[in-house]
Design a protein around this ligand. Structure first.
Ligand SMILES: *Cc1c(COP(=O)(O)O)cnc(C)c1O
Length: 342
């Protein structure tokens, strides 16, 4: 199978499995797991933040951040296609009691500028409006096709948000992909953000786990919410051991995933009926429009599946994600299968 549904399907390497088998462990709810503690410290160094907390999933990391930064009745701002708004099952409403103000990015990149955010804000609003409590950014932007936000663009939003008293959370599930594509450090890409979540379980190849970062105070509060949500786990040094390898060795191979995605996009652009802007494919996500083929995305996805290729279709779009378990040869195979299917 060539599984292009997501980079979450990646399997741990031999080195990771060995490290997991040998991991020193303890009860992390008591703060006693030495491997988890080492991973959290390493994440703080890499991101240049005060404190870090291992969380079971990226969704939990995002939702804890929303909870700690806001009060019930607040409104939070996300981009129109953002993960927190669209793919977390209304958790911000359920857990934090907040509503979400969706803002469209005018250039389609998925990354909001201050000029786009500011009109949506309600600072000291009249008593019939909900006050804004948080700005959420996403880098790379998943459903805008893995697009990247530069350090300068992020710093600008953070600076102006802070000037009006608003915190900024970065959904950095794939922040290392952005870092590799832009050649800017993850520390620079998240410098002004009050909290950052990144996943270990996507392109970095760990079976499970994400990290939430922020100030000591923020993480103290986050730890309480992690327990409340059922995310206080015990001997998770077994997972953190893979995380340590991922943090140090994972990012350097993401460039290969990006090259594969670009090659895939170039191949797709040649197929009649498929529409894709190759220039926008800068990381590992390829989203293309199939309306010109006269077939539905469900039909094409099903034909691909018959050829051992998995992808996700929604509406007129199909999404393919490259990762460490997909080779350059498999990309050519995929392009050929699509040509036949279309
Ligand atoms: C995958 C993803 C998440 C959630 O991570 P899970 O570990 O699957 O819960 C959050 N934000 C973005 C942008 C993602 O792509």
């Amino acid at each position: 199978m060539i599984d292009l549904r997501s980079d979450t399907v990646t399997k741990p390497s031999e080195a990771m499995r060995r490290a997991m088998a040998q991991a020193e462990v303890g009860d992390d709810v008591f703060g006693d797991d030495p491997t988890v503690n080492r991973l959290q410290e390493r994440a703080c160094e890499v991101f240049e933040k005060e404190a870090a907390l291992w969380v079971p999933t990226g969704c939990m990391g995002n939702e804890i951040a929303v909870k700690v930064h806001t009060k019930p009745g607040h409104e939070i701002v996300t981009e129109d296609r953002g993960h927190i708004l669209n793919y977390e099952l209304g958790a911000a409403a359920v857990i934090s009691g907040v509503t979400i103000r969706a803002v469209k990015s005018s250039n389609g990149s998925g990354h909001l500028t201050w000029d786009e955010i500011e009109p949506a804000l309600k600072i000291d609003p009249p008593y019939f409006q909900a006050a804004t409590g948080l700005i959420c950014l996403e880098n790379t932007h998943n459903f805008a096709g893995g697009s990247v936000m530069t350090a300068a663009a992020c710093a600008d939003v953070c600076e102006r948000s802070h000037a009006v008293g608003l915190p900024v959370h970065m959904d950095g599930a794939r922040i290392f992909n952005a870092s590799v594509a832009l050649n800017e450090s993850v520390a620079d890409l998240t410098r002004g953000c009050d909290s950052v979540m990144f996943t270990l379980s996507k392109g970095l190849g760990v079976p499970a786990g994400s990290i939430l970062l922020g100030t000591k105070e923020f993480i103290q509060e986050a730890r309480i919410w992690r327990k409340r949500l059922g995310g206080g786990m015990r001997q998770i040094g077994i997972l953190a051991a893979a995380g340590l390898i991922a943090l140090d060795e994972g990012p350097q191979r993401l460039a290969q995933d990006h090259a594969n995605a670009r090659a895939l996009a170039e191949g797709l652009a040649e197929i009649k009926g498929i529409s894709i802007n190759v220039e926008t494919v800068v990381t590992n996500i390829v989203i293309f429009d199939i309306s010109g083929t006269g077939r539905t995305s469900a039909e094409i996805v099903s034909m691909l599946k018959d050829n051992g290729i998995l992808a996700i279709g929604f509406g007129n779009l199909i999404r393919m994600v490259t990762h460490l378990d997909v080779s350059a040869d498999q990309i050519s195979e995929t392009v050929n299968a699509l040509k036949a299917a279309c």
